[in-house]
Design a binder for this molecule. Structure first.
Ligand SMILES: *Cc1c(COP(=O)(O)O)cnc(C)c1O
Length: 218
């Protein structure tokens, strides 16, 4: 599917949900994609991209940034504390703030660097043992802990369990965000971004629908 098709599907979903045109940010998830495909999307004028791994992001985005103005880079995957500094220097937004130790490290680095990327708290809405994120019942306390550290929390992020109805997870995330006064909702991927928009997504993370299938996955 082309970038333009995805954008028009987003516009239709915004309109159907009674949302303002342009209120949903499309993050083109470029992880594992060949540089030529990423470059093709950059050449079409798109500037908002997502990566899963700091290492991979560091390998391609500094060079792309030199050649294309206005790149807005989002880190989506789990972040180890020993990569936090690099992630903060490289990325404009981090969607995977998922534990107190990481919050503490980000707060210390923010002091040191004098700036901090926008942050999303990842919530493990399906309570899956193998998945990152705070549990739904721990989310309120974690958000206030992060606010106590002066971290710029913009919203919440989730990755619903593959075999469950995503709508339930989108609704749960929206509810937790609302009661915490958070406006950002990072949810929805290639297979369900329109549904996520109907539940209030502000950031959709679309990879394979834009770039084609990944030759291997994370
Ligand atoms: C890979 C990935 C995506 C994009 O997945 P697609 O199904 O290719 O759209 C979105 N969010 C996260 C966290 C991912 O790891």
């Amino acid at each position: 599917m082309s970038l333009d098709e995805i954008k028009s599907r987003i516009a239709i979903a915004e309109a159907q949900a009674g949302r303002a045109a342009g209120s949903v940010e499309l993050i083109a998830v470029s992880k594992v994609q060949p540089n030529a495909r990423v470059e093709g999307v950059l050449a079409q004028g798109h500037r908002v991209f997502g990566e899963n791994r700091v290492q991979e992001a560091a390998g391609k985005w500094p060079e792309f940034r030199e050649r294309y103005q206005g790149v807005d880079l989002h880190l989506l995957g789990p972040l180890q504390t020993n990569k936090a500094r690099q992630a903060m220097e490289l990325c404009d937004t981090i969607h995977s703030l998922d534990r107190p130790k990481l919050a503490t490290v980000l707060a210390r680095l923010a002091q040191e660097l004098g700036r901090c990327p926008d942050l999303f708290v990842q919530v493990n809405t399906g309570e899956e043992p193998q998945k990152a994120g705070v549990l739904p019942r721990e989310a309120d306390a974690f958000v206030s802990e992060c606010r106590g550290l002066d971290l710029p929390i913009k919203g919440l992020m989730c990755i619903p369990p593959a075999e469950e109805e995503a709508a339930l997870h989108f609704a749960l995330l929206a509810k937790i965000a609302e009661r915490n006064g958070l406006s950002g909702l990072s949810m929805g991927m290639s297979s369900d971004f329109e549904k996520a928009i109907s539940f209030g997504a502000t950031h959709v993370r679309v990879g394979s629908a834009i770039f084609g299938a990944r030759t291997y996955d994370e």
